[in-house]
Design a protein around this ligand. Structure first.
Ligand SMILES: [Fe+2]
Ligand SMILES: [Fe+2]
Length: 235
């Protein structure tokens, strides 16, 4: 499955003309604005390679370890894709981290995830809440927006990412469903994990600049969370 996905991605990437691949067709203004988005993509995937590895290492049972290891391979591939965007777009590496740490990114949430040790908490927050909220909706918007501005590589990357993240979300949903069936009391803990996560994300929408993104993000998450018995988070 993963080998096929990698081949499909490479075939799509090969079809991108050289000029487009080297960001010759985008405006300098686009690149200036896109650096924050590139950082959001790259560092969230970099974080995922670390927190999913922790989840695998601390997994309380074998099935969980196996799924986490499969996911780890996906996240490593995403990380390589996003690194290539930064490099081909000619953004010097010394600027990457500053873009990630600047206000309005998802940095705070991912730094929180990196501090966790409990596999279940990591996977509920990372796969169910964060990926459930971000995909596939926001990645489709990002892919279409990048393509319209001549950034074909980002568009191809986002579309490849959507296919993998959809699998990670299903796995997060199955985990949450099993936890609640196992003990309805777990719902309170999951609610707390959701509230922690969404509050850390809400910084992205502060100032109102990315309000449309934020509403799509919450909408896509509540579509999977409310049917499980979770309540909307108060901000
Ligand atoms: Fe990913
Ligand atoms: Fe993922």
């Amino acid at each position: 499955m993963q080998a096929r996905e990698r081949e499909r991605y490479l075939a799509e990437r090969t079809s991108i003309p050289d000029d487009a691949l080297n960001y010759k067709n985008v405006s300098p203004r686009y690149l200036e604005n896109a650096v924050d988005q590139f950082a959001n993509n790259y560092y969230s995937e970099l974080s995922a390679t670390h927190y999913v590895a922790t989840a695998a290492a601390n997994a309380p049972f074998d099935e969980l370890k196996k799924s986490a290891l499969f996911q780890l391979a996906d996240e490593q591939r995403h990380l390589e894709m996003d690194r290539e965007v930064f490099e081909r777009a000619g953004i010097p590496e010394r600027d990457w981290l500053a873009a990630w740490e600047s206000p309005g990114t998802t940095c705070r949430f991912f730094r929180h995830l990196l501090e966790l040790e409990d596999s279940i908490e990591i996977l509920v927050k990372g796969n169910f809440v964060a990926e459930g909220a971000a995909g596939p909706g926001t990645f489709t918007v990002l892919a279409d927006g990048a393509e319209a501005r001549g950034d074909v590589l980002s568009a191809v990357n986002h579309r490849a990412r959507i296919r993998d993240e959809t699998r990670h979300i299903s796995y997060g949903r199955a985990l949450v469903k099993a936890l609640i069936e196992d003990d309805p009391g777990n719902l309170d803990t999951i609610q707390q994990w959701q509230d922690d996560s969404l509050r850390l994300f809400s910084e992205v929408a502060r100032g109102g600049e990315r309000q449309a993104w934020w509403e799509g993000f919450l909408g896509s998450y509540y579509k999977i969370a409310l049917p499980m018995g979770l309540r909307p988070t108060a901000f």
